[in-house]
Ligand binder design. Structure first.
Ligand code: NCD
Length: 313
């Protein structure tokens, strides 16, 4: 088996083969999940802890469903974001969880590198469910799975990421993985929301959305993350809507079979119009379903170290 990892911290750190192994592992889990009997005994006796220091609807729920489908015990730790600001106390929280024999820790944190700190200090498998602006690897993988399911290839496929690239960990994970898989990746948005030097990652930059849309096979729309903006990065929401909202008229000028994606939560009427979100091109709900299967595959593939605190027979 070529996949031999304890943790999933980011798609930057995986090679093409490892990404392919994950994607190849998803299908049987999707079939299992879609059946009426939805459980497998894969993780019987294992404990999965979710540790979310930032809000989440679908990611946390999706991990919980995935773990339960694999028969794990799931504990959702209610953390108060204000109580943990430094790595030290994060390690302490992690050590407490290790002492309780957690096998998998799924963490979302506003600080880039927080999952990495836990991973280096614990025997449990650590899965990054989003760290700051950095990475959101399971979202990236479910986006790739959805793209491949629909388009049957990555090589030379034109994938366009639109909007708040600067604050989006989803965009970063997509870029790392898609470029490795041979896709032709571009970003479009206002100059203030596109990180400087992003071209070095092998990405084409457009400031004009209509221009970028012409050739795209896939358009992944990102949420405008107003809560992360320390200063006003565009003159007004109204102007953003004028220039960058994916509207029905804009979509009409793109390829007729262009795939429209969004990681959620959507700001309908800001980055995407309701008509587009509900159009036949959109696969937004399928992304959510695939997210469960992808997370089942990840839990199946990762290998926690035997916990030193565990009782042995
Ligand atoms: C994303 C996130 O938290 O990074 N959401 C998600 O996990 N589905 C995107 C976002 O918040 O806009």
């Amino acid at each position: 088996m070529l996949f031999n990892r304890k943790d999933l911290l980011g798609l930057e750190f995986l090679d093409k083969k490892e990404i392919q192994i994950i994607l190849d592992s998803v299908k049987p889990f999707k079939s299992l999940f879609m059946r009426s009997v939805k459980k497998a005994p894969t993780l019987v006796g294992k404990t999965v802890v979710t540790l979310f220091y930032e809000p989440s609807t679908r990611t946390r729920t999706s991990f919980e469903i995935a773990a339960k489908r694999l028969s794990a015990d799931v504990v959702n730790l209610a953390v108060n974001a204000s109580s943990v600001v430094k790595g030290e106390s994060l390690i302490d929280t992690g050590k407490t969880l290790a002492a309780m024999n957690a096998d998998y820790i799924i963490i979302r944190h506003s600080m880039t590198g927080a999952p990495d700190i836990l991973a280096r200090n614990l025997d449990a498998s650590v899965i990054n469910a989003g760290d700051g602006f950095h990475e959101h690897p399971t979202q990236g993988l479910l986006d790739l799975y959805t793209i491949f399911e629909k388009k049957k290839k990555f090589e030379n496929l034109k994938v366009l990421l639109v909007g708040d690239i600067l604050h989006s960990r989803v965009a970063k994970s997509n870029i790392w993985a898609l470029t490795k898989m041979g896709a032709d990746v571009a970003v479009a948005g206002p100059p203030t929301l596109i990180p400087q030097g992003i071209e070095k990652l092998g990405v084409k930059v457009f400031y004009n959305l209509d221009e970028a849309l012409k050739t795209a096979d896939v358009v992944n729309i990102l949420r405008i993350q107003l809560e992360r903006q320390k200063e006003n990065l565009f003159p007004s929401v109204h102007e953003y809507v004028e220039l960058y909202q994916l509207t029905k008229d804009r979509l009409a000028k793109a390829k007729s079979n262009v795939l429209v994606m969004h990681p959620g939560p959507m700001n309908r009427g800001i980055e995407i119009s309701s008509e587009v979100a509900d159009s036949v091109n959109a696969v937004i709900n399928e992304q959510v379903t695939n997210g469960i299967a992808v997370r089942m595959a990840i839990l199946f593939l990762l290998k926690p170290k035997a916990n030193k605190n565990a009782y042995s027979d």
